[in-house]
Design a protein around this ligand. Structure first.
Ligand code: SF4
Ligand code: FES
Length: 255
């Protein structure tokens, strides 16, 4: 007897990934080819239920408009290069599922705020990295000793700055901060988070220098504790708490 093979079993249909159509309304800016004003462009894309905003942007670029410009590298929430405003909130496009941002309505995609737009969703990150460089984001020792083994730390000492080691420099926090929008000179949350990472590291010996740098009129005291930064951080870092801890260390000189 010959067995019959069913090509579409009910089980296969249950496991099928539903696809649907979404509209992306994207803020474009292309001074070379489209004049100095930003403008809105809309695209309809067929997507799968597991697709992310980054997948939809790729589909648009590959199938509809090759001139659409955005940054991305890892596509897995690690490199921090695809922060953008999605439905008015800073997010990583590669970590935002389309089904979670109300795909029944057009999904609004804009560049992050407070940094100069170069083209479409690509902003000039240099002011952001200039602040980052200023806080000296590297381990500094001053005692002149060159240990022959690792610089040991106990779990409690490591825990002190564990949260702020998770930063991927995506700028979602800094570009969601109203102080940074109005005063581009403010160091911004990300620079303070990265200063925190070294200020509270028991192996580092330049905490006082970093606190002095952040005691500037554009430093930590500009923070108005709006919590936008904590809400925006795709790594779940308690950004506002880190800023408060740096403020406290500045007053108490305890770190
Ligand atoms: S603290 Fe969070 S939001 Fe800010 S740059 Fe780092 S990872 Fe991005
Ligand atoms: S592409 Fe690397 S974090 Fe999104």
């Amino acid at each position: 007897m010959t067995a019959t093979v069913e090509t579409t079993s009910p089980a296969a249909e249950v496991g099928a990934i539903p696809s649907f159509t979404v509209t992306l309304k994207i803020m474009r800016f292309d001074p070379e080819n489209h004049g100095p004003q930003a403008y809105w462009d809309e695209f309809e894309v067929d997507v799968h239920g597991t697709d992310r905003v980054l997948d939809a942007l790729h589909k648009i670029k590959w199938e509809q408009d090759g001139s659409l410009t955005f940054r991305r590298s890892c596509a897995h929430g690690i490199c921090g290069s695809d922060a953008m405003r999605i439905n008015g909130r800073n997010r990583l496009a590669c970590k935002t599922l389309l089904k979670d941002v109300n795909p029944a309505k057009p999904i609004i995609v804009e560049p992050i705020k407070g940094l100069p737009v170069i083209k479409d969703l690509v902003v000039d990150m240099e002011p952001f990295f200039a602040s980052y460089r200023e806080i000296m984001p590297f381990l500094i020792t001053k005692d002149g000793k060159h240990p022959t083994a690792e610089r040991h730390q106990n779990p409690e000492q490591r825990e002190r700055f564990d949260d702020t080691t998770k930063c991927i420099l995506c700028a979602a926090c800094t570009s969601s901060c109203p102080v940074f929008w109005t005063d581009g000179q403010y160091f911004g949350p990300a620079a303070i988070v990265n200063a925190h990472r070294f200020i509270f590291d028991s192996r580092d010996q330049a905490a006082a220098d970093r606190l002095e740098i952040l005691n500037d009129k554009e430093g930590v005291w500009r923070c108005r504790t709006t919590f936008n930064c904590s809400e925006a951080c795709p790594r779940g870092i308690e950004v506002t708490k880190a800023i408060q801890e740096v403020k406290r260390a500045m007053i108490t000189r305890a770190f």
